[in-house]
Design a protein around this ligand. Sequence first.
Ligand code: GLN
Length: 301
Amino acid sequence: MGYMLDDLVAKFRPYTDHGRVAGYIPELLKANPQDLGIAIYDRHGHIHTSGAVQSKFTLQSVSKPFALALALMDHGPEGVFSRIGMEPTGDSFNSLMKLETFSSLKPVNPLVNAGAIATTALIKGSCAEEKFSRLINFIRSLAPSCYVGFNADVYRSESLTGDRNRAIAYFLRDIRAIDGEAEECLDLYFRQCSIEVDCVTLAALGLSLSVLPPEFCVIPPLYARIIRTFMFTCGMYDASGEFAIKVGIPAKSGVSGAIMGVVPNKLGLGVYGPALDIKGNSVAGVALLQALCSREDWAIL
Ligand code: GLN
C-alpha cells in the first residue's frame, strides 16, 4: 500500500498547479500550495501514509459532520431536522440564495454554511466555552492518540473577515432558524472551523463515521449513517454529484484543502492539498482520491 500511495502522490502533485489556496480567510494563504498528503486508517488500526502528512491544517468545513453528530446526540433526528433540511443545494457552500426561496423557512442541509451555523447553534452547553470544549473533546474522542489542536490565528482571521457568514447568521436569526445571539453562534462556528489536525487525524475521523462493530462506535450507527448520506449527497458542495459518480464514496471537504473520506466497513481517508478548484475542493486531492478509489474498487454504489 505504501509504495502505491507514494506513486499516486508523485503522480498527482503536479495537479496542485491548477488550483489556488483559499484567500478569503487571509491566514489560510500561508499554506504551501504544492502540499499533497494522504493517510489511510483501516478498521484494524493499520495506518498508511504518503506525502505531506506532517503538515497541520484546520478542519474548516470538515468540522460540520461532527457538529452534526453532536447535535444529533443532543436532540435526536427529529429535534435537528425540524430546524434544518436534508436536501442538496446545488449552490456554493456560502450561498444565501436558498434561505429565502426554500419552501420551509429553514436552512437546506447541515453541510452548507447556513445549515452548519444552525447545527452548531444546537450544541448544548451552559456557555460558549462549554459548547466549544464539548465539541473539541468529542472530536478528540473520535481520534484518540491523534493530533487535535486549535489554530487561534486562523480563528481570528476568519472572525475578522467573515462578513458573509455574519450575513447568513443574522438572516437565520431573522427567520428564527437559530435561537441564540447571532454573534455567539458565529463565534462557535468560527472556532470549530479552526480546529487543527493532520492527515492521520482526518483519516481516523473518517473511520469513526464508517460502519464499525458496536464496541467501536462512539457515534451511534444510525447517526453515522445519516452523516455518511449527507456527505455523499452534499459533502463536496456543488461538486457532490460529480464526486459521487467519479469517486463514489462519502466525503467532506474544507477550504483548508482537507478532504475526509469514508469507505464503509473498511477505513477512513484523510487527504490534504490546499490548492483548491473553483468550487473550493482540493484539486489534487480529488484527482488522487478518484484514482485510488477506482483502483481499489471502493465506490459504494
Ligand atoms: N470556515 C469556512 C467558511 O465558513 C468553511 C467553509 C469551507 O470549508 N468550505 O467559509
